[in-house]
Design a protein around this ligand. Structure first.
Ligand code: G3P
Ligand code: MG
Length: 243
């Protein structure tokens, strides 16, 4: 049996400002098997690592990511909203995240979630794949999105890329992707998985999100899921390693 992998959600979102290099470094420090990050495009078409469509919640700035240039995005503080300890953390680009992970010798999985749910960011799929293909990165790369059109586009651009189907409660809609598009994993919300697991195991391996409470981590470990996506990777690893 394969061990359940612990995937750090937005870096280590529960302990550090999400989707920053500081959060990602923490995810690596505690020994996460994987790291999930979210991406959008800036006005000047840089791939930006941030969760929301706007910078309002996670920085001291305002506005939509797509209306700001990289230079403008780099001026804002992405840490002090979380804690004064992280004042001056910056929003990273995908390139900065990858170069940082390479530099610190990370060899796990990186899960890039393309945030095309509200804005399509035309060309983002091709851009992200081209960037990822531009170097022999020492870690595995997988893509996910709530937007199934993005998953199909990713596969059209590079049929060998690994995609994970991300969903809240509509897992059965997987047929929408078509039987000729292989999906490696499902990334369901915990509530869906809990309900589904009453009726037996899902047909495809799952990585469940966002699993933060000890009892939920234990529940998922008991169900032998492929992975747990969590804001608290250190805690999840401690529980798993005692399992
Ligand atoms: O990959 C799971 C999770 O990231 C999906 O939701 O909104 O946190 O990006 P969200
Ligand atoms: Mg995400």
């Amino acid at each position: 049996m394969n061990q359940t992998k612990i995937i750090a959600h937005r870096g280590s979102k529960g302990t550090h400002p999400e989707n920053t290099l500081e959060a990602i470094e923490e995810a690596v420090r505690v020994g996460s098997d994987g790291i999930e990050i979210d991406v959008h495009l800036s006005l000047d078409k840089e791939i930006i690592v941030i969760h929301d469509e706007t910078v309002d919640r996670t920085t001291d700035g305002k506005g939509r990511v797509q209306d700001l240039t990289l230079t403008e995005l780099k001026k804002i503080d992405a840490g002090s909203w979380f804690s004064p300890e992280y004042t001056n953390c910056r929003i990273p680009t995908l390139k900065e995240v990858f170069c940082f992970l390479e530099e610190i010798g990370y060899k796990g999985l990186i899960n890039i979630e393309l945030k095309t749910d509200y804005y399509a960011y035309p060309g983002i799929e091709r851009k992200v794949l081209a960037f990822a293909a531009g170097n022999n990165w020492p870690f595995a790369i997988e893509y996910s999105s709530f937007n199934y059109r993005t998953l199909i586009r990713l596969k059209e651009v590079d049929s060998s890329c690994e995609i994970a189907l991300l969903f809240k409660n509509n897992g059965e809609n997987v047929a929408f992707l078509g039987s000729d598009i292989p999906v490696r994993m499902w990334h369901p919300k915990l509530s869906w998985f809990r309900n589904k697991s009453l009726f037996g195991a899902p047909e495809i391996p799952v990585r469940v999100w966002t699993v933060n409470k000890s009892k939920d981590i234990q529940f998922c470990l008991n169900k032998q899921v492929a992975g747990i996506i969590t804001d608290y990777p250190q805690k999840a690893l401690e529980i798993r390693n005692k399992w």
